[in-house]
Design a protein around this ligand. Sequence first.
Ligand code: IPD
Ligand code: CA
Ligand code: CA
Ligand code: CA
Length: 271
Amino acid sequence: MCLEQQALSQILETAVVAARLAGQRAMEEINYVKATLKNETELVTEADRRCQQIIVDRIKESFPDHGFIGEEGEPGAIFKRAPRGEPSIWWVIDPIDGTNNFAHGIPIFTVSIGVFHQGRPIVGVVFDPATDSMYAAVQGGEAQLNGRRIEAGEDDMAPTSSVGLDSHFGDPLPLWVGQIIHTSRFRNFGTTALQLAYVAAGGLVGTVVCTPKLWDVAAGVLIAEAAGAIVTDWKGQSLFPIDLDGYEGRPMDVLAANRKVHPKLVAWIGA
Ligand code: IPD
Ligand code: CA
Ligand code: CA
Ligand code: CA
């Protein structure tokens, strides 16, 4: 069963408001951040948790029966509340994507909110508060940046175009990392969600994401697809449907690129 357009619009509206509230709050706090270690390689701040709470509270006002998956649960665990009622809808939240930047006072981070129905993304919002950029898409609709249509375009990999590389590629570095670096400019802005949004807007011709969690990509994948990009795993296989009830933070492999570049990257990476 597909959701009606009106229901999708209400979900989108709520996602936009919640993302803006959280993003503005994070910007107010960025110069006063105290970070702690979440695990050996990852920082977390009070603002991450506060922003997630702001988002969840706002969504609950409009959709008390929906489910939530958020990055910031108890230490070592994700935040999860199963949906009540039908149809079951999950909100997948990354309150600050780019915490490492944020924790160091670098205002390159986003708020990412993806909404899923029957295991597939139906609404995605990525908000970049530093530039007041709201990327958004609804299943079956166009991708937008601040209300205007964006498209992934068809630029090829070239010395003048950029490919996102994000991140944790292991040691030794796979061969294809060198292939990308030698063919194009490579970029890692430190927020996966923003890199997917940049693929949607054509600023990146593609982005390769290594072991993201669902909340890193939940919104960006729909926005990139709605903009005409192809989004798959590294072998070119579809990412969805995904079992949200059973999702406990399993890492994924994600490749998003415009139609010209995607098959080339799959040939390098998926081989
Ligand atoms: C991180 C960012 C980063 C990516 C990491 C993610 P967080 O998310 O998306 O770009 O390389 O793998 O964990 O922890 O800042 O929300
Ligand atoms: Ca993240
Ligand atoms: Ca985060
Ligand atoms: Ca994190």
